[in-house]
Design a protein around this ligand. Structure first.
Ligand SMILES: Nc1ncnc2c1ncn2[C@@H]1O[C@H](COP(=O)(O)OP(=O)(O)OP(=O)(O)O)[C@@H](O)[C@H]1O
Ligand SMILES: Nc1nc2c(c(=O)[nH]1)N[C@H]1C(S)=C(S)[C@@H](COP(=O)(O)O)O[C@H]1N2
Length: 200
């Protein structure tokens, strides 16, 4: 795979791991490495990461999201805290900072996840826009990060269920962010023909 090229727009991405136990050192956080690895593998753009590891506390999560939006992140991905347990408050903290809700991401994420686990119906992920930033919740299981972003594939590599990241670049175009380009073998970004730039 080629190195990120300066010919591509630079992009700042917030990655937030929300876990009581990882943030207090009970176990080592695998959420931030999984997010960073997948994004580095998928994007052609040079990425500046803003990484945060925080506990499942609603006010703290909302404050962190606002901070990352104000830092100019085009995209913020969270992992963890989306289930039904008492301490799972990531969707509420995300909705509290929303200017617009983007329900299609949560709907598609649960479709993808059902291809992997029947408990996908327990996930309450939301996606929202705040200012010029797209914020998306992902499940907390580290393996669920690549699953939901990339989708489910058949043995021959063809797509069985589209990963949610397919729609992220065009959404970021529409809110005035950088032009995000992906490696098709990881995830194909879908844009209407008139929105696609010529290949460089
Ligand atoms: N940041 C993380 N790093 C490593 N493993 C994680 C992380 N977050 C979650 N997991 C794993 O995924 C499982 C489900 O994630 P979930 O977000 O529901 O965590 P949890 O049970 O609420 O606990 P915690 O918030 O303390 O991680 C966890 O029980 C743990 O095994
Ligand atoms: N792709 C995928 N989605 C998944 C899972 C998974 O392992 N893979 N785990 C499910 C489970 S068990 C739960 S409880 C919910 C919420 O997870 P969270 O609280 O860790 O965010 O996500 C669901 N979605």
């Amino acid at each position: 795979m080629s190195e990120p090229s300066p010919a591509h727009d630079p992009v700042r991405i917030g990655i937030v791991s929300i876990s009581d136990r990882a943030s207090s050192g009970v176990y080592q956080d695998q959420g931030l490495p999984a997010l960073q690895d997948w994004l580095t593998r998928a994007l052609k753009n040079p990425i500046t990461f803003e990484a945060r590891l925080i506990p499942d506390e609603q006010a703290r999560i909302s404050e962190t999201l606002i901070e990352l939006v104000d830092l100019g992140c085009a995209l913020v991905l969270t992992t963890g805290g989306t289930g039904p347990a008492k301490r799972d408050v990531t969707p509420e903290a995300t909705l509290a900072v929303a200017h617009k809700e983007m329900p299609g991401f949560g709907e598609q994420m649960r479709q993808v996840s059902l291809a992997f686990v029947p408990t996908a119906i327990l996930s309450r992920q939301v996606a929202v826009i705040r200012d010029e930033t797209l914020i998306i919740n992902l499940p907390g299981q580290p393996k669920a990060i690549a699953e939901t972003l990339e989708g489910a594939k058949n043995a021959d590599g063809s797509v069985r269920v589209n990963g949610i990241f397919s729609a992220v670049p065009y959404c970021i175009d529409l809110i005035g962010g950088p032009y995000i380009e992906t490696h098709d073998e990881v995830i194909k970004a879908w844009r209407p023909k008139n929105a696609a730039r010529p290949t460089r």
